[in-house]
Design a protein around this ligand. Sequence first.
Ligand code: GYE
Length: 321
Amino acid sequence: MRVLKLGALALAMGFAMSASAQGLPKLADKPTYKVGFAQTESNNPWRIAETQSMKDAANTCHWDLVYTDAASSASKQVADVESMIAQKVDVIVLAPREEKPLIPAVMKAKKAGIPVILIDRNVDQSVAKAGRDYVTFIGSDFIDQGRRVGEWLVKTTGGKGTIVELEGTTGSSPANDRKKGFDDVVKAQPGMKIVASQSGDFERDKGRQVMQTLLQAHPDVTAVYAHNDEMALGAIAALEAAGKKPGQDVIVVSIDGTKDGLVAIDNGKLGASVQSSPFFGPISCDTIKNYAKGQAIPAWVKVSDKFYEKSNAKENMANGF
Ligand code: GYE
């Protein structure tokens, strides 16, 4: 009897604990929402396409959109989220610029009873978790993107190469994970070596400048892996300025699938690029509706990505942005 009672108590406690651990703010099921979208910056075509997708969704989904641009500053993005909380938006859609600095903002929103949906980039999973601190992460598998690019490079070069890596924004989930996926593939190749790995902040001109500097120390480079197309295009410009032929002397690979990236693949300067979709508007709209209806939302709504190379770049030009 006593045992049974304890068992029942433990069960009840367990229930209460898991309910409060889940404890995500609820969202009323209603025809319109005031939605905050906190963008990181607007310095490349990927960002601009993402913002447009969210603005389009605001129209089709009847959101009252509160849009902010953090202008490449994580602390500004934290302040942007705080201002959305103060404006009592119904839900916050956040593209966290870096993995750690945005966590307090996510926690504040939760405390204020506002559900947060992460799109495009994730936060540090050892500190904050989907289903507990925020609703879900909607985005690509960045480790897999890096791995796919790495495997293509191994196949294309026969496992030989002196590689320069241009990393994305330091501390961002795509930079961390794209590095891991690629580096793990290369580490297994005795004939390949990453001789330098430096951030170009996902920007074309920074990519060009970093490549220009790294070329001086590593004139024997045979491959460049850039974490996005914009930096790859900057690297191509630096290689050409140094008298090298991208696509011949140096194989360049990257990620995103921008229009300029697809054109560069088609004309042979960029070897390959894994698509990374910026079109989060429609999926954010559906996720908000489903969440409000009380449906279970997976911790990660995974976006699947195409692989672009010479043989299919032209036919996929319309997917570019
Ligand atoms: O690759 C890049 C952008 O977070 C997945 O950030 C995104 C990346 C994308 O600035 O172009």
